[in-house]
Design a protein around this ligand. Structure first.
Ligand code: NAD
Length: 268
């Protein structure tokens, strides 16, 4: 007997990531996309926006109305961090799980969302990076930091990205900082000739953010030790790189508890 398809509503459906999700889930027999929600392109047909691989749905603007009418088991959302809390609330109150991919959620916001999940007994996920390679990059960086405490992170993104440093860069620096077993080598106080030249410091790891048209999402983690360097680099070359992770999360989220942050929690 074939497994039941997972009913999914896509939020931020008219955006670049939303359209990619419509195509990826729309042609996967494991999923049934039942609603497309966005505050722009309302009334447009999703196939006109995302092509023939997408399901044919009208874009609608009310998440609550779409949830009540189509009764999905999961929403996949790539919209804006400012609506994470009300959208999480709308979902868990109806027993609908969420997979949030919009970046920039604050620690305090995540705590509040986590409490909502526990209170309503409905699991959710927040995943700052769905690319499997990026998750492995962070894992390898964590391994390296144990032996090479001196590290810097350089992240490169397209010029329309709102937040800096990226969620992935913040998380990578935090993981390096926690995995270190010795303090980084103290540096002489530099003469700063241009503000920000040494990047921002996250857990005593300098993080540099590059924003240029033509880029998508890339990151290098550079470790330095006596007489050697180690560079770990990941490149997302196409938004398709995020879709395997999105599917794994949409399939797994309902078996989790509370709020799960990061794809690594279900991969390793
Ligand atoms: P985008 O601007 O192309 O799309 C965002 C869409 O969300 C737009 O269509 C917008 O109208 C819609 N939107 C905004 N507020 C909304 C609301 N209140 N209700 C419904 N729809 C709303 O941006 P994008 O490139 O698709 O990226 C979206 C988010 O996903 C960003 O936060 C980005 O950083 C993040 N992102 C995450 C990953 C990851 O792996 N987690 C990967 C790429 C992008």
């Amino acid at each position: 007997m074939s497994e039941q398809r997972i009913r999914v509503a896509v939020v931020g459906a008219a955006g670049r990531m939303g359209r990619e999700v419509l195509r990826a889930l729309g042609c996967d027999p494991g999923f049934e996309v039942v609603a497309a929600i966005d505050r722009t392109e309302v009334g447009s047909q999703t196939q006109d926006l995302a092509g023939p691989l997408a399901p044919n749905l009208s874009v609608e603007d009310s998440l609550e109305a779409a949830l009540d009418r189509t009764k999905p088991s999961v929403i996949v959302e790539f919209s804006h961090h400012s609506v994470a809390l009300p959208h999480a609330k709308a979902c868990v109150e109806r027993g609908v799980s969420f997979v949030f991919g919009m970046t920039g959620l604050s620690e305090a916001g995540l705590v509040e969302i986590g409490e909502l999940c526990v209170q309503h007994g409905t699991p959710g996920m927040y995943v700052p990076n769905f690319a499997i390679g990026a998750v492995l990059m962070m894992h390898f960086a964590e391994l390296a930091a144990k032996w090479l405490p001196d590290a810097e992170v350089i992240e490169f993104h397209h010029d329309r990205k709102e937040d800096a440093p990226s969620g992935t860069a913040m998380l990578t620096a935090d993981k390096i900082s926690r995995a270190r077993t010795t303090d980084p080598t103290p540096l002489p106080k530099p003469l700063i000739k241009a503000d920000g030249a040494r990047g921002g410091s996250v857990g005593a790891v300098p993080v540099h953010s590059v924003r240029l048209p033509g880029l998508l999402a890339h990151q290098e983690v550079i470790f330095g030790g006596p007489g050697e360097t180690l560079t770990i680099r990941h490149d997302s070359l196409d938004r398709a790189s995020f879709m395997q992770g999105v599917k794994v999360c949409a399939k797994t989220v309902r078996s989790l508890h509370g709020l799960t942050v990061g794809l690594d929690k279900i991969l390793f």
